[in-house]
Design a protein around this ligand. Structure first.
Ligand code: AMP
Ligand code: MG
Length: 461
């Protein structure tokens, strides 16, 4: 079964538009008054939201996606949509945890160094074999292998290393001598001890990975209900972006954001619906977005959302009839970030073009939207003590490229890396997390506990 095409409009809840101002008219006017193909520089500043306000707007315009039934191996990377009970008991039968001898505990009560007990070996059972139904007789034992079913009547296993074995000429055990008693239940794995039949196997909102596949396989689960993955396409914009195959012309740069998004969208839990590139052209962007719309839940653009002459993305979205729900958030890096709803319900994140603004936009705006669509709870970040002081601009929430690890006591510590400018990718390559510093902070001393988000959502550092 396939995920249905995104049903547009269904998940878009409209809010009172109290966060809007005249900026939208500005974009329209800018379009109409464009001279020489360039819109005028904007002289009005859109309202700047706090990060928490922006997250609220995103949450209010996003909802869980439909569910599909998938085989466990195909469900890896998906999120379970409903609670699932185990259809069977695991282990399905009492079995031995050791290679040794199955005994009747009651026979062994008096065995000791000074009073050794001899039991006659009357059978052998290996893993995968049937045991038969005959009840064990007093004074007997069965040779038993790890994972083999416990023959009826026995209720404990003594490991082979703890007995003296008398063997016949073929090497088969004839009798064993014990010098210790065996408690009932010793070295046994009881039926249903891991998964009782009907017990909770998978909760709603669990990410399916190898750990879950193991339990699903052990319980014979062939199909699970999971949320469809949000289909997200990305469009990088900029006349300066060169084709990675050919040599760069003067003034051009390689497109770092496209390949980043190509990787990160899948890695962060979305279904990558393609990554494209356009020049600084509203027409080109509109054409691309229109062609993507039927097949995606969300589009991420990079570049062209600031206040420069070439920042045409808001105007292009306006021209498409988009509702721009916010534009500008009090964060660093990535302040001019934009979130809009197209008339068909496609959500659009317009991220500024600087690569670190893109990484922050994806990690701290797109990922929360993704999690809502996947039916995951809000992410809870870790806490780490700073190993070095840091400075930030007050009034803006700061997301710093950082490296976290453990101190000598095993406690989490973090360091904000040098080179926090939003064009600098080299520290990002050395980072494994983000340090999140609150708006009001200015100078933050060494030893202060700060919030830390792992690079990849949902992982411990
Ligand atoms: P913009 O947000 O379009 O004004 O771009 C801000 C900065 O990011 C400029 O220096 C751009 O050249 C740079 N930039 C934009 N897009 C990309 C990209 N895809 N890869 C690398 N740098 C980019
Ligand atoms: Mg640009």
């Amino acid at each position: 079964m396939l995920c249905p095409s995104p049903r547009k409009g269904k998940h878009s809840k409209r809010l009172p538009r109290n966060n809007k101002n005249e900026e939208h008219d500005f974009y329209n006017k800018a379009q109409n008054h464009a001279r020489n193909g360039l819109p005028p520089v904007r002289n009005e500043r859109p309202v700047m939201l706090k990060y928490a306000q922006a997250l609220k707007i995103i949450a209010d315009h996003t909802g869980p996606l439909p569910t599909i039934e998938l085989a466990p191996a195909d469900a890896v990377g998906h999120v379970s949509a409903v609670k699932l009970e185990s259809a069977m008991a695991v282990p399905p039968f009492d079995n031995s945890a050791m290679d040794g001898y199955a005994v009747r505990a009651a026979d062994t009560g008096d065995a000791s160094d000074t009073n050794p007990l001899v039991l006659t070996v009357t059978g052998v059972v290996t893993a995968g074999e049937k045991t038969g139904s005959a009840q064990a007789e007093a004074g007997t034992a069965w040779e038993i292998m790890t994972g083999a079913a416990l023959p009826p009547g026995y209720d404990g296993v003594i490991p082979v290393e703890q007995v003296q074995v008398q063997r016949d000429s073929d090497g088969m055990p004839v009798s064993i001598e014990l010098t210790q008693s065996v408690a009932s239940g010793r070295n046994l794995r009881r039926t249903g001890e891991d998964f009782a039949q009907g017990s909770l196997l998978l909760d709603a909102g669990q990410v399916i990975g190898a750990n879950q596949v193991m339990g699903l396989a052990a319980t014979g689960t062939t199909s699970i209900s999971v949320r469809c993955l949000p289909r997200i396409a990305a469009v990088t914009t900029g006349n300066e972006l060169g084709d990675e195959q050919s040599e760069l012309q003067p003034g051009m740069i390689h497109d770092a954001n496209g390949p980043y998004l190509q990787t990160a969208l899948d890695e962060y839990g979305a279904k990558n619906a393609g990554v494209f590139r356009t020049g600084d052209s509203a027409d080109e962007l509109i054409e691309r977005i229109e062609s993507l719309q039927p097949d995606v839940d969300m589009i991420v653009t990079t570049g062209g959302v600031s206040a420069g002459r070439m920042d045409f993305v808001p105007a292009a979205l306006e021209q498409m009839g988009a509702d721009i729900l916010f534009h500008r958030v009090a964060i660093r890096p990535g302040k001019p970030l934009l979130f809009a709803l197209l008339p068909d319900g496609t959500r659009v994140f317009g991220l500024p073009g600087n690569p670190i603004a893109v990484a922050v936009g994806l990690r701290f705006f797109v990922v929360p939207a993704l999690r809502t669509m996947l039916g995951l709870p809000d992410e809870r970040y870790l806490s780490a003590k700073l190993t070095e002081p840091m400075r930030k601009k007050p009034g803006l929430r700061f997301f710093g490229k950082a490296s976290a690890g453990t101190d000598d006591s095993g406690n989490l510590v973090a360091r904000v890396l040098p080179g926090q400018e939003s064009f600098k990718i080299s520290p990002l390559m050395q980072s494994n997390c983000w340090v999140i510093a609150p708006e009001e902070a200015d100078e933050i001393p060494e030893g202060t506990a700060v919030r830390v988000a792992p690079t990849k959502p949902g992982t411990l550092i």
